[in-house]
Design a binder for this molecule. Structure first.
Ligand SMILES: [Zn+2]
Ligand SMILES: [Zn+2]
Length: 267
């Protein structure tokens, strides 16, 4: 039998910890990245990106202050940020530090805070899966951050309207209803977007089909769930599922067929 091989020692790629000036540069780049257009389509991703930007800005100001008053302490913070292998402070060490220095003095229980955070994560997942009214900003962020592109490029509502890229159709094959995102959101054409809803899983539904599939008595609200590293399934609240699919469009097409079958069974 061959001798068991000795474990390979971990060799950090980057032996030298980051210096405070290097970390300041990194934070500045990080902040600029979080505000660069285009923004991500998914509302949750967008939210966390903005949060990261806020924290990068705060950390940069604090570190800059410490660097100007006590460079040795600033270097310590840079080492903490770098971590043992350049991938940040160890989560267990951070958790212990939070417990001793923040949660315990506040008379709180870190396990309770963790449980609340877990619940908030579950709520956020449900919230982002649920269809939203088309007139809300969240829809635009979920669709293509159109309003932000418009403000960023200085284009007028009219220009976008003429390009026709702002029109959205009902997800259901055979339904010819469509509406204009910009009109719905700007309030210019309230009636147009009224009753329309957006689902991050499959797209938009007209008022009639929103009633039937997403808000009526027998709901068929779709949501994606991961089934592996590169695969996912589209599940319906009625219990139907696409099974594992490798392409988003494949899942959406199967959901469209499911919706047509639901309609046919109801008539
Ligand atoms: Zn429709
Ligand atoms: Zn269903």
């Amino acid at each position: 039998m061959p001798e068991p091989t000795a474990p390979i020692p971990h060799e950090p790629q980057d032996e030298a910890p980051q210096s405070a000036p290097e970390l300041l540069e990194e934070l500045a780049h990080m902040y600029l990245r979080t505000v660069a257009l285009p923004f991500p389509r998914h509302p949750a991703t967008f939210g966390w990106q903005i949060t990261a930007g806020t924290l990068a800005a705060l950390a940069a100001r604090l570190l800059h202050h410490v660097q100007s008053t006590d460079p040795a302490v600033a270097a310590e913070f840079a080492r903490l940020h770098h971590g043992a292998y350049g991938d940040g402070p160890h989560p267990i060490a951070v958790g212990r530090w939070l417990e001793q220095n923040i949660a315990e003095p506040a008379g709180a229980d870190l396990a309770q805070w963790s449980a609340e955070a877990k619940q908030a994560a579950k709520d956020a997942r449900e919230y982002t899966n649920a269809p939203t009214a088309a007139g809300k900003l969240g829809v635009l962020l979920g669709d293509d951050a159109l309003s932000l592109l418009i403000s960023g490029l200085g284009a007028s509502w009219k220009e976008w309207d003429q390009h026709g890229s702002t029109r959205r159709r009902c997800f259901l094959p055979g339904c010819t209803a469509e509406f204009d995102l910009v009109h719905a959101w700007s309030g210019e054409g309230d009636a147009q977007g009224k009753g329309w809803q957006s689902s991050t899983a499959v797209g938009f539904a007209c008022p009639q089909h929103t009633d039937i599939f997403w808000t009526g008595e027998n709901q068929h609200v779709p949501a994606w769930t991961s089934t592996g590293d590169d695969s996912a399934a589209l599940e319906c609240t009625c219990g139907w599922s696409t099974g594992t699919v490798e392409f988003r469009g494949h899942g959406i097409t199967l959901y469209q067929v499911h919706a047509l079958q639901v309609l046919r069974a109801a008539t």
